[in-house]
Design a protein around this ligand. Structure first.
Ligand SMILES: *Cc1c(COP(=O)(O)O)cnc(C)c1O
Length: 508
């Protein structure tokens, strides 16, 4: 086949149809046949097969390339649709969104300008408006789709930083430059917030101690009394709190910070409130919407549709209460989006984004809403939240385990307790061992995290197909692996065991 025959155009539409259908068939077969979420393959087992492929020697033919892909990827991939995938915030995807994905890449619009997307720009704006209305941000709200929560948080904090700098400059008796202000800026966020807040602070040129971790209560929610104390301290020390970041569903515990009280404090201190609802945004369409009460008072909000809206990666957005704040990312290029276009009301979304070329991810959400509707998404999310509540009761009543908090969303953080007294490092060891053993067997994939310096196990439930029986089975497997390890290790070794993994203080 000639190289030109691989280009998608009017003359190759039939080739496109056959090629993509063949790929879809392979994936559908694979998904229909997966018995385990993972095969347990290791990098050293899979590495030679991948690195042995000579990229200078193309196969020419889609069928041959798909056969090869089967052995280097599809066979051993981690399958989030499997009911015993319980690890991270990865969701099974809804078919309307996968359909959207196929349209996105074939038409290949780029969302930076009207003249590269046309209707795509309007569809994205309509979805942003819809999301802002669900949040309750008011008529001046706006926003933009991003690649994920990390980018949404970064952009929100960039806007907050530049608003803070503008106010400091305005109120200063002597002229100030940005580099003089940056070291005084602080971001207050709970100790359980996402690590992308710290990354954002670094990227935004803030000082090393710019992110102040506010303590949480036993339910892993920000203590508002501690927040108030920090706000007062910063004021006393002539520091500028550029943003308070509240989390609407922490990554580890699914805990939702007390948004109304935090919003009150932000109002009192004149501080930008960012709500990171990357995980909890599914509540916007659920019967538990009230859990996010207070989010409507935010200056900016992060939502990850690729978590609790069952969308394929990537699909996220950052929303702002005041569309004017988006000007901090507006730059004009003569070749792309000259200022006169904005003056003539030609919508160029690049004016609101930190990306230039950008995928039309919004289309996935569009087809999802048009085919199954928001209530359908909410039902799926409510189901996993219900399941987590049932699983919590099961864990609470099971003497083999200790569970940290009662979930508001769909995560469970717990650990296996050895049948006879054991030191903390042995308990850490048997729990970490159980996680690795499970993954190596491929029978289930679970996560682990650190709570108050100790290793715990974690389930993130995002799959309505995961039954309570599945969860009970995985708990039995954990107890088996951990119990066996405990028996092997206890004979006097306990005292010599080192900490199995370095402990990181923040959630990831
Ligand atoms: C997942 C998550 C993020 C990061 O989102 P990505 O889409 O992975 O970049 C940020 N904040 C919270 C609370 C999250 O759970």
């Amino acid at each position: 086949m000639s190289s030109r025959s691989h280009l998608l155009n009017d003359g190759t539409a039939e080739h496109y149809r056959r090629s993509v259908t063949e790929g879809v068939d392979r994936v559908a077969d694979r998904i229909a046949r997966t018995e385990r979420p993972f095969t347990g393959v290791t990098p050293s087992q899979l590495g030679p097969a991948v690195h042995g492929i000579d990229l200078e020697e193309p196969l020419g033919d889609p069928a041959a390339a798909l056969d090869e892909l089967e052995s280097v990827y599809l066979r051993d991939a981690v399958y989030f649709h499997h009911p015993r995938y319980l690890a991270h915030l990865n969701c099974p995807v809804v078919i309307p969104a996968v359909l959207g994905e196929a349209v996105i890449s074939a038409v290949n619009s780029s969302m930076d300008t009207w003249d590269q997307s046309a209707g795509g720009t309007l569809i994205e704006r309509h979805l942003i408006k819809w999301t802002a209305e669900r949040i309750g941000l008011g008529t001046a709200a706006d926003g933009i789709f991003t690649s994920g929560g990390t980018q949404s948080n970064l952009q929100a904090l960039l806007l907050a930083r530049d608003e803070a700098c503008r106010l400091v400059e305005k109120n200063s008796p002597t002229p100030l430059r940005k580099p003089e202000i940056l070291p005084r800026l602080r971001i207050l966020t709970s100790e359980c917030s996402h690590f992308s807040i710290e990354k954002a602070a670094t990227l935004l040129g803030l000082g090393a101690d710019a992110v102040v971790a506010v303590p949480c209560d036993e339910d892993r929610k920000m203590r508002t009394s501690a927040l108030a104390a920090e706000l007062e301290r910063c004021e006393r020390e002539d520091l500028v709190v550029m943003a308070v970041v509240a989390t609407g569903g922490t990554t580890d515990f699914g805990s939702i910070d007390p948004l109304p009280e935090i919003a009150d404090l932000c109002e009192q201190f004149g501080t930008w409130l960012h709500v990171d609802a990357a995980y909890g945004c599914g509540l916007l369409v659920s019967r538990r919407r009230a859990l996010l009460e207070g989010i409507e008072r935010a200056d900016s909000v992060t939502v990850d549709y690729h978590k609790s809206f069952f969308q394929p990666v990537s699909s996220s957005a950052v929303l702002v209460r005041d569309q004017a704040t988006l000007r901090h990312v507006t730059y004009h290029a003569d070749y792309l989006n000259p200022a006169r276009m904005a003056e003539n009301d030609i919508p160029n979304l690049v004016d609101k984004s930190i990306q230039t070329t950008r995928r039309f991810d919004a289309l996935k959400l569009w087809l999802t809403l048009r085919i199954m509707g928001a209530a359908g998404i909410g039902e799926l999310f409510d189901e996993v939240v219900d399941r987590a509540a049932d699983a919590w009761r099961m864990l609470r009543d099971d003497p083999r385990f200790e569970v940290v908090t009662r979930p508001q969303l769909s995560t469970l953080v717990f650990r296996y307790l050895p049948p006879s007294p054991a030191g903390q490092s042995l308990t850490d060891d048997v729990n970490l061992h159980a996680r690795h053993a499970l993954s190596a067997s491929g029978e289930a994939v679970i996560a682990s995290t650190v709570v108050d310096g100790r290793h715990y196990l974690k389930f993130t439930l995002l799959n309505p197909e995961t039954s309570l029986d599945d969860i009970a089975t995985v708990l039995d497997l954990i107890a088996e692996h951990a119990g066996r390890r405990f028996t092997e290790r206890r004979g006097g070794l306990e005292a010599q065991l080192p900490d199995p993994e370095p402990v990181h203080p923040r959630a990831s």
